[in-house]
Design a protein around this ligand. Structure first.
Ligand code: F6P
Length: 327
């Protein structure tokens, strides 16, 4: 690998609060080391279409507190193809980009891995960015803390109505394949039940549970449902149980994309800044095909190959704990 002179940085997949803090850290750390930095716009699509933008220190001024991503993002179908990656490689070469930092989730890092398997002379380093927090190899992904706090604020508000009207609310949160947001927000809000993709067939248990709660005169019931639950989203689950619980007034609330937006929390800003800083340091240390992550509070370098093969699931002891606490 020759000496790195110019690096590219991009955000890919779903936006997450804190991505801007990571971009800022990458740009400023690279400039500190005398490197040039290019922002690649709209994720991998920008690589394929040559949408590059020189980044200076001032290009990342006043973005630390902003949600979304100033570089824009996309889920690129074209980058999944050999032809797409070939075009991307040609454009990186033309732009004289020697290395790339990718900020994104599972799919984005899989794309990085595929590219690095085909083209050896442009190293990639990844930064985990996904509100779902479901990336293997890191305890934490950028955006998760902010999303969790957004959910908690919303659920607390809904609880007021649920208690005032004796209602049963099904609240759907994001998480296509994993229940981290559901499990952690459910614990934080004292949800009566938490439906996650990792636990199958929860609807039948809910019926028993609600019956007991009804006898104990619970004034409200909040059921958090991860959108990727095996028995459907909040709407479908509410439909399945509503006839069994005529005594409750059932309502559904889908929190949707409010979970992805907003100013990042302090934790997201600090974590994203660390990830950005260490991503550039890793490239300068001749590392490639690794994602920067946290394990037990320490920075780790996780090979792309591991991230892609392994699945990260919600901490099993929490499932039991949540059940005990929700009585
Ligand atoms: O991966 C992040 C995520 O927010 C998921 O939780 C959700 O299923 C998905 O993105 C939604 O994607 P889109 O914004 O494309 O609808």
């Amino acid at each position: 690998m020759g000496k790195i002179k110019k690096i590219g940085v991009l955000t890919s997949g779903g936006d997450a609060p804190g991505m801007n803090a990571a971009i800022r850290a990458v740009v400023r750390t690279a400039i500190f080391h005398g490197l040039e930095v290019v922002g690649i716009r709209h994720g991998y699509n920008g690589m394929i279409n040559g949408h590059f933008k020189d980044m200076k220190t001032y290009s990342v001024s006043d973005i630390l507190a902003k949600g979304g991503t100033i570089l824009k993002t996309a889920r690129s179908e074209e980058f999944r193809t050999v032809a797409g990656r070939k075009l991307a490689y040609a454009n990186l070469k033309k732009e004289k980009i020697d290395a790339v930092v990718v900020i994104g989730g599972d799919g984005s890092l899989t794309g990085a891995r595929m590219f690095c398997d085909e083209y050896y002379d442009i190293p990639f380093v990844g930064i985990p960015g996904s509100i779902d927090n479901d990336i293997f190899g890191t305890d934490y992904a950028i955006g998760y803390d902010t999303a969790l706090n957004t959910v908690i604020e919303a659920v607390d508000k809904i609880r007021d109505t649920a208690s005032s009207h004796n209602r049963l609310f099904f609240i759907e949160v994001m998480g296509r394949d994993a229940g981290f947001i559901a499990m952690h927000s459910g614990i934080a809000c004292g949800a009566e039940a938490i439906f996650i993709p990792e636990v199958k067939n929860q609807v039948s248990g809910l019926k028993d549970y609600l019956e007991k709660g009804f006898k104990r005169r619970k004034s409200s019931n909040i059921i958090i449902v991860a959108e990727g639950d095996d028995e459907g989203g909040a709407m479908e689950i509410a439909e399945k149980v509503k006839d069994d619980f005529k005594e409750y007034d059932v309502r559904v609330s889908i929190l949707g994309h409010i979970q992805r937006g907003g100013s990042p929390s302090a934790y997201d800003r600090v974590s994203a800044s660390k990830f950005g800083y260490y991503a550039v340091e890793a490239l300068l240390d001749d590392q490639k095909s690794v994602m920067i992550g946290f394990k037990n509070g320490e920075i780790v370098h996780v090979p792309f190959s591991k991230i892609i093969k392994m699945h990260k699931a919600v901490e099993a002891p929490l499932i039991k704990m949540a059940e005990i606490l929700s009585v």
